[in-house]
Write a protein that binds this ligand. Structure first.
Ligand code: GLA
Length: 574
């Protein structure tokens, strides 16, 4: 059992330094969990830490998912097999640059929902989820001989709210499920007061200035053990921003500052992984900043699991303080498969019957109110007025293509300064179609309640328009029929096949394409957005490939200069 006593950690009564690294099982294909964990162990760390994303495990209310990328138990067992301890952060709010900070979008369909508070509706849903999740975790607690030594309460709550009754609830929930393990909260050094609880160890999150940070902890909670629950050794990227890197020497120096004072730590991230599918989060301050697909994070292992220079520098520091194991020589090979011809294509508008479900409503419904979590909605209605009409784009989340009578008139983005656009309606009776893309819900701060689609009715030509058809396009299903399409307009699906022979890791170079998603054998690898960058390639892990007959599908939203896509052996993150 882990304990904090007189400013020190004790494990089973003996002084213990938590030397942990973060790996999110849901960001790495299960076939590679062991590889990443072995490399963590070989660095000299003794613990792996992971968040638990509620929206992955309960994608629809009452429907639970614990297989493949969501198989948390296998991940814990693999760590145990390697004699690693495990820290679990079941939150359920995890931030983590993950879609809505891990909260399921279906929560937003309840009109009075108050996230991250003791609002009864929110608590009821957490309690239902914990009834399923926590018994799975409880089995692996150290009291049963398992590897779990600690669990977190909420996540950086001090930077969000002041509802301590909500924080206390976690203790109750954990007690109800027999989770009598070491508990902690974690916050930035400036948010200790609002985020901490009496009788629960306070840990800190930071990337530098060790002395100053622990000074603040000592001021607020004298005699606390020193633990940095997130030692940020890199950073994440947004579409349209730069690719962040942090000097390995600088990281190694701060790492040494921590070791010198015998602090416990969790390297965030040891291995970042990928925001597959539509699971990237976003930040929203003055503007909306969606997170890119890669969660490479400039961490100690690259997105595809390679040992980096930073890993070596950190290991060199660590070996001066603890016995470190031999290096792991094993590197997973990458391969250039070359160019794949995308021989077939079909307009999304010709596939609606197969890939969408239809809803009719008086007013356009937001994605959440329509019962959809991710992807796109095509909203359509009839406009029986002729001429130039002003359209108020305030309710658009996040990016939208506006078509009149089948012709693209405008592309709208949530960050556009101008919130009124003029749209030409050439006929007495026109078809208006608005295809809206959800680019990822905010995972941090005041915009956490982040509904998508059209979040209220549109004001067009100084009036509201009623009676809408909505095609809900979640992209769990891809088109099977590419023949006989009538439309030429984008978005379009492009499809080609290739043999891999050896199924090695590769990177999809999206050059020549503008914006969209790439799927391999139906698995959504994530978004690309070349006009924005910085990311130019998408990581394609070898285990998603078959030796023969792989299908690559590209949903291109805007236009292409090529119908070939190339698979290369190096990433390009900008
Ligand atoms: C905070 C959060 C993490 C993550 C980092 C930034 O510390 O707790 O989930 O968002 O910031 O990467």
């Amino acid at each position: 059992m882990l304990k904090a006593e007189n400013g020190e950690f004790l494990l089973d009564g003996k002084p213990f330094q938590v030397l942990s690294g973060a790996i999110h099982y849901f960001r790495t294909v299960p076939e590679y969990w062991e590889d990443r964990l072995r490399k963590l162990k070989a660095l000299g760390l003794n613990t792996v830490e992971t968040y638990v994303p509620w929206n992955v495990h309960e994608p629809k209310k009452g429907e639970f998912h614990f297989s493949d990328l969501a198989d948390i138990e296998t991940f814990i067992k693999k760590a145990q097999m390697l004699d690693l301890y495990v820290i679990v952060r079941p939150a359920p709010y995890i931030c983590a640059e993950w879609e809505m900070g891990g909260l399921p979008a279906w929560l937003l369909a309840e009109q009075d929902m108050v996230l991250r508070s003791s609002h009864p509706g929110f608590l009821r849903h957490i309690s239902d989820y914990f009834d399923v999740l926590l018994p799975k975790i409880e089995k692996y607690l150290s009291k049963h001989g398992g590897p779990i030594i600690a669990m977190q309460i909420e996540n950086e709550y001090g930077a969000y709210g002041n509802d301590h009754a909500y924080l206390e609830l976690f203790k109750e929930q954990y007690q109800k499920h027999g989770i009598d393990t070491f508990l902690f909260t974690s916050d930035g050094p400036d948010f200790i007061e609002q985020g901490s609880l009496p009788n629960v160890t306070t840990t800190l999150n930071f990337g530098s200035r060790v002395e100053e940070a622990f000074g603040k902890l000592e001021e607020y909670k004298p005699g606390s053990p020193k633990m940095v629950a997130e030692f940020w050794i890199g950073w994440f990227d947004h579409w349209g921003g730069e690719h962040h890197t942090r000097d390995p020497k600088d990281v190694a120096n701060v790492f040494e500052d921590l070791l010198k004072i015998n602090a416990s730590l969790n390297v965030y991230m040891f291995h970042g992984g990928t925001n597959f599918g539509f699971m990237n989060g976003a930040n929203h301050y003055d503007e909306y900043y969606p997170t890119i697909t890669s969660y490479d994070y400039d961490s100690l292992l690259s997105e595809s699991g390679e040992i980096t220079q930073k890993y070596r520098e950190v290991k060199n520091v660590l070996r001066r303080y603890v016995d470190v194991p031999e290096d792991v020589e094993h590197e997973i090979p990458t391969k250039t498969y070359g160019s794949v011809k995308l021989e077939e294509s079909v307009s999304l508008f010709d596939t609606l019957q197969e890939i969408s479900t239809v809803k009719e409503n008086l007013v356009p419904l937001s994605m959440e109110d329509a019962g959809q979590a991710y992807g796109f909605i095509l909203y359509s209605t009839e406009v029986n007025r002729k001429g130039e009409l002003n359209l108020d784009t305030e309710p658009f989340r996040d990016r939208a293509y506006v078509y009149v009578n089948g012709k693209l008139e405008k592309t709208i983005y949530i960050n556009d300064q101008e919130k009124t656009v003029q749209i030409n309606f050439p006929d007495d009776v026109n078809t208006l179609e608005i295809l809206v893309e959800n680019m990822g819900r905010a995972n941090y701060g005041q915009h956490l309640t982040d509904k998508k689609g059209l979040i209220r009715n549109i004001w067009l030509g100084e009036q509201y328009w009623f009676h809408w058809t909505m095609n809900l396009i979640e992209l769990n299903v891809l088109p099977s029929d590419y023949a006989g399409g009538k439309e030429e307009r984008f978005p379009k699906f492009f499809q080609g096949t290739f043999d891999a022979n050896e199924c090695h890791d590769t990177f999809v170079d999206t050059k020549g394409f503008r914006k969209g998603n790439v799927f391999i054998n139906g698995f959504n690898l994530g978004r690309y957005w070349n006009e924005m960058g910085p990311q130019r390639t998408l990581y394609l892990p070898g285990p998603l490939l078959k030796e023969k007959g792989n299908t690559i599908t590209v949903l291109e939203l805007e236009g292409t200069t090529t119908e070939d896509i190339t698979l290369v052996d190096r990433p390009n993150l900008g």
